[in-house]
Design a protein around this ligand. Structure first.
Ligand SMILES: Cc1cc2nc3c(=O)[nH]c(=O)nc-3n(C[C@H](O)[C@H](O)[C@H](O)COP(=O)(O)O)c2cc1C
Length: 230
């Protein structure tokens, strides 16, 4: 796979995670090694990957995800299956994504590896935008690189933040020091059933490029809603 193919086919994999093929530790190390090539503020990598393989701990993390998904998120206005989009084609994509998100809630209990990317050294609760952007900007590129490296090795991932509604509980399960380490993203990691994935439907480049400054005629993003808004 060349770079463009990896970049355009790294999907949120939920229904095609194979729980029956164990992911070797060596592959996880390779993905992390590549992830650490991402930029980091002050050239100080603060990204940490908590790789959860222990069955009891995995189950506890998956239970927390399910609890939030089923008791808060699925009933909320922000549930992906309830978000209004223009056009039948886009609506069909949203319906499919909702079915897929529902499937992940179940799949998380089956996959052998869950990875939680963390920011080590600071919590951003109430931090100024400059601090948040600088600190998160040191973790998000590495986390996405991890996922791209995984895709190039036949592994599937799915970026999620749902569990952060109960971040402290997950920190307790995994012994993560909540006061100084902020969890940023949780992903399953598993071989995919089949390796063929395609590009997703996305806005045209021209819709999101603001040439020479902000262009108010370009489509605005929708307001933030759902449990992440509170
Ligand atoms: C910040 C962020 C948070 C997300 N949280 C969740 C989540 O909690 N659960 C989930 O199933 N998917 C989650 N997703 C995955 C998105 O739903 C997914 O990226 C989107 O549907 C596009 O998927 P595609 O790239 O396969 O088209 C999240 C993605 C991002 C970037």
């Amino acid at each position: 796979m060349d770079a463009d193919e990896v970049l355009s086919t790294t999907r949120a994999v939920r229904k095609r995670l194979d729980p029956d093929r164990e992911v070797p530790e060596s592959l996880i190390r390779e993905c992390v090694t590549l992830a650490l090539q991402a930029p980091a503020g002050s050239n100080l990598p603060r990204t940490r990957f908590v790789v959860v393989r222990d069955p009891a701990r995995r189950a506890a993390v998956a239970d927390i995800y399910s609890d939030i998904y089923l008791s808060s998120y699925r009933a909320s206005a922000g549930y992906i299956g309830r978000v209004e989009v223009a056009g039948e084609e886009a609506a069909e994509v949203q319906r499919r994504t909702a079915g897929s998100a529902d499937a992940l809630e179940r799949a998380l209990h089956e996959v052998g590896t869950i990875v939680i990317a963390c920011l080590d050294g600071v919590r951003l609760d109430g931090s100024p935008a400059f601090t948040s952007a600088s600190m998160l900007g040191g973790v998000l590129p590495a986390t996405w690189s991890f996922m791209l490296a995984a895709r190039a090795r036949g592994l599937g991932t799915c970026w999620t933040t749902m569990h952060l509604a109960r971040e402290k509980d997950v920190a307790e399960v995994l012994g993560i020091p909540y006061e100084s380490v902020q969890q940023v993203c949780l992903t399953p990691l598993a071989f995919t059933r089949g390796e063929k994935f395609g590009p997703a439907r996305r806005p045209e480049a021209e819709q999101v490029i603001h040439w020479d400054g902000w262009d108010a005629t370009k489509p605005a993003a929708p307001p933030v809603s759902g449990i992440a808004a509170s």
